[in-house]
Ligand binder design. Structure first.
Ligand code: PMP
Length: 354
């Protein structure tokens, strides 16, 4: 039986994507060769890379606006470093909203002065700082749109006249935003886009080439752009599967369509968390993430009963991250409303038992 997979990432992808990806492993485009045995320079794979890059820009509404899409390797974690390598000349601002922001900030400190413009560390990152001031003279401002571990999400983005960089690893393609307010967006594939192994970087070309340091080729966005994201052998399987997921999303009606479904899923789960006395939410209500819902039992003695119930219902991946504890239900694009319904039914059953 297929599980209801609430895993935080890698995570559920559309069934049709799993099927098409597995077919291509056996026979890529009827070529008699596997996707993973053909040259990445072959016509068929070059087309895949181009399609994936174009779909990413199209879905974000960034075509023809001076942006380039790249499928790189090294995860979002390498972007923590690459962003600073390519953009940080003297000082940068970082909004610290969780573990991943903190890691991004740490890497940037290797290259220049880093100003933490705001932080929610004082309350274990259960809220998004507001009303912070952004000092003058920054090379860029770095934000994390969705905090995967703590279950918070930025609803408003500051208006700035410096490059705005955003780690969207855990909510890209999930909600409509004015993506053109960002100058660089990056996201590891393994949530809303595909399997682990590739990272989408969408960058406005005119912000590059402004730092004085020499940048090693593999870490230089300009080099990857000049080679159409084929400077070295790309992660062919991850890029192909990402392309399939982006196609699936386009056929569904794009980000507007999935946003509606994501809102329904989040409303269903959060209303259960709020109404059911057995549970309490972790993140502040106004900052709750539609992707990762974090919650606890009000009575920890019920843990064994609840754990047995959700496992019996075919649910996978509900344990919270160790730095928060409790539970985390990740409701990425490919998780169905029905799966959320199954979780909510288990939670209601707990109320009857508890
Ligand atoms: N940023 C965010 C918001 C994440 O959720 C993660 C991974 N969960 C990362 C960065 C790190 O990504 P990777 O493992 O691809 O380096």
């Amino acid at each position: 039986m297929k599980k209801h997979n609430f895993s935080a990432g890698p995570c559920v992808l559309p069934q049709e994507v799993f099927l098409k990806a597995s077919e291509a492993i056996m026979d890529f485009n009827g070529s008699g060769l596997s996707l993973i045995e053909v040259s990445h320079r072959s016509k068929d794979f070059v087309e895949v890379m181009e399609k994936a890059r174009n779909l990413a820009l199209e879905l974000l509404g960034l075509e023809g606006k001076g942006y380039k899409a790249l499928f790189l390797q090294g995860g979002a974690s390498l972007e923590f470093l690459m962003v600073a390598y390519n953009l940080l000349e003297t000082k940068a601002g970082y909004l610290n909203t969780g573990t991943w922001s903190s890691k991004a900030l740490k890497e940037a400190r290797l290259f220049g002065e880093v100003i933490e413009v705001g932080s929610s560390k004082d309350e274990n990152f259960n809220y998004i700082p507001k009303g912070y001031t952004i000092p003058d003279g920054l090379d860029y401002l770095h934000l994390t749109s969705n905090n995967t571990i703590f279950g918070t999400q930025l609803k408003k983005f500051p208006k700035v006249d410096i490059p705005l960089v955003c780690d969207m690893s855990s909510d890209i393609f999930s909600r409509q935003l004015h993506f053109s307010q960002f100058d660089l967006i990056y996201a590891g594939a393994q949530k809303n886009m595909g399997p682990a192994g590739t990272t989408l970087v969408v960058v406005k070309e005119d912000i590059l080439g402004k730092v004085s340091r020499e940048i090693p080729s593999m870490l230089d966005y300009k080099v990857h752009i000049s080679k159409d994201s084929m400077f070295n052998t790309p992660a062919v399987f991850a890029v192909y599967t990402s392309m399939l997921t982006l196609e699936w999303l386009k056929n569904l009606g794009g980000i507007a369509a999935i946003e509606e479904i994501n809102e329904k899923k989040a409303q269903l789960l959060y209303s259960e968390i709020d109404l059911n006395p057995v549970f309490e939410g972790f993140a502040k209500k106004e900052d709750r993430s539609n992707m990762n819902a974090t919650f606890n039992l009000t009575d920890s003695k019920l843990k064994d009963t609840f754990d047995a119930l959700w496992k019996e219902a075919g649910i996978n991946g509900l344990n919270g991250h160790r730095s928060v504890g409790g539970y985390r239900a990740s409701m990425y694009n490919a998780l169905s409303l029905e799966s959320v319904g199954v979780l909510v039914d288990v939670m209601s059953e707990m109320e009857r038992k508890g």
